[in-house]
Design a protein around this ligand. Structure first.
Ligand code: GRF
Length: 193
């Protein structure tokens, strides 16, 4: 059974879906730690509901030397899952968990990624550019924002009259459907053993 840490700082709807999935499909992975930089984040309530230990990180500490590696090592984390975590991952963490950190992005990379491209900013640009489709990208994390190897993409149509809000809703549906299944697939891959 592989142990994953979820890094999340938003409402945590993906975190909830991942926990629901691992509870309903035990065997391949378990959520051993939830990491957040926001002491009021919704994910903390979800963590409490599921009895998952949490780690609240502090910015300077995160970016300077310490990197919270000991907490991750103590929890024997095999895979780090970014689900709405906006800070850049420090080099030491990337080096230690090379090919063992994945992120979900609410658009079809390589377009519409990079610093500042999150939440409705992404959907607004997709609409402004007149894209006919959008979707989700699940990818490995490397030194650059939204850049590592793509693991999986799913698409949805952008309809006439689409708003950032309606597009966000479609994207969240795709995320909830696919993210837990792709995490399961990744933990089953040879490279994590
Ligand atoms: C998701 O849309 C994801 O693509 C992005 O952050 C959002 C997190 O949403 N990286 P939630 O907090 O899981 O609802």
């Amino acid at each position: 059974m592989k142990k994953i840490a979820i890094f999340a700082s938003g409402t945590g709807s993906n975190t909830r879906k991942i926990l629901e999935y691992s509870t309903a499909n035990p065997g391949s992975f378990t959520v051993a730690l939830i990491v957040t930089n926001k002491p009021i984040a919704g994910v903390l309530d979800i963590a409490a509901e599921y009895g998952v230990p949490t780690c609240i990180i502090e910015k300077e500490e995160f970016f300077r030397g310490h990197h919270y590696l000991p907490e991750l090592k103590d929890a024997e984390i095999d895979l780090i899952v970014l689900a709405g975590f906006l800070w850049k991952i420090p080099q030491a963490l990337i080096d230690h968990y090379r090919n063992r950190i994945i992120n979900i992005h609410p658009a079809l990379l390589p377009k519409f990624g990079g610093k500042g491209m999150y939440g409705d900013h992404v959907h607004n640009v997709v609409l402004e550019e007149g894209e006919k489709e959008s979707g989700i990208t699940i990818h490995f994390v490397d030194e650059h924002y939204d850049h590592g190897d793509v693991i999986f993409q799913a698409r949805c149509e952008v309809m006439p009259g689409e708003t950032a809000e309606s597009l966000a809703q479609k994207i969240h549906q795709l995320e909830h459907e696919w993210f837990p299944k792709i995490i399961e697939k990744v933990v089953k891959e040879e490279k994590l053993h």
